[in-house]
Design a protein around this ligand. Structure first.
Ligand code: 8DG
Ligand code: MG
Ligand code: MG
Length: 147
C-alpha cells in the first residue's frame, strides 16, 4: 500500500445479525479494537453492494448464511491510537439467519476469538468503540415492530 492510498478513508460494512433479542458478537484479535467485542463485518470490495458485502463477510467470518438484509445507520470514525491510523466509514446493516438452526463457526481464528449471541440489553464489555457509543445512546438495531 502506498501512502496516498493508506491516507484515504475506507468503507466497511458491519452486520447486526439478530436472533430473538440477541446479536452476534466476537472478541477481536485484529489491531484496530483488539480484545473488544464487535460485530462481523469487513471492507467493501470494488463493485459490491452493501448487501453483497454483508453476506460475504458474515459467511467468511462465521460460516453463517443471512437474509432479510437492511440498512440501519452509518458512522464515520478515525482510529488514531494504532500503528497506522485509519479512517473508516462504517455502513451498519441488520440481517437474520437464513436457517435459524445454523451455529456460528470461527474460520478466521487469527482475527477473532469466537462468536456468540448476546442480549442487546446485557452486552459484554469492552465493546468496540463505535458499538459502545451506540449502546450508550437509545439506539436499537431491531426493527421498530420487533418487540
Ligand atoms: P477484510 O480484510 O475481511 O475486508 O476486513 P476485516 O479485517 O474483516 O475488517 P474489520 O476490521 O473486521 O472491519 C472493518 C472496519 O469496520 C473496522 O476496522 C472498523 C469498522 N467497524 C466499526 N464497527 C465495527 C464492528 O462492530 N465490527 C467490525 N468488524 N468492524 C467495525 O466501525
Ligand atoms: Mg472483520
Ligand atoms: Mg473480514
Amino acid at each position: 500500500e502506498n501512502s496516498g492510498e493508506a491516507s484515504r478513508p475506507k468503507v466497511a460494512v458491519v452486520v447486526f445479525l439478530l436472533k430473538g433479542k440477541k446479536v452476534l458478537l466476537g472478541r477481536r484479535r485484529s489491531s484496530v479494537g483488539r480484545d473488544t467485542y464487535a460485530l462481523p463485518g469487513g471492507h467493501l470490495e470494488f463493485g459490491e453492494s452493501f448487501e453483497e458485502c454483508a453476506t460475504r463477510e458474515v459467511k467468511e467470518e462465521t460460516g453463517l448464511d443471512i437474509d432479510r438484509i437492511e440498512f440501519v445507520t452509518v458512522t464515520n470514525n478515525v482510529y488514531s491510537k494504532v500503528d497506522k491510523p485509519v479512517h473508516i466509514v462504517a455502513i451498519f446493516m441488520r440481517a437474520f439467519l437464513a436457517n435459524p438452526d445454523q451455529v456460528p463457526q470461527n474460520p478466521e481464528p487469527d482475527k477473532c476469538e469466537g462468536w456468540d449471541w448476546y442480549d442487546w440489553n446485557d452486552l459484554p464489555r469492552p465493546l468496540f468503540g463505535p458499538l459502545e457509543t451506540m449502546a450508550q445512546s437509545d439506539f436499537s438495531p431491531f426493527p421498530d415492530c420487533y418487540i
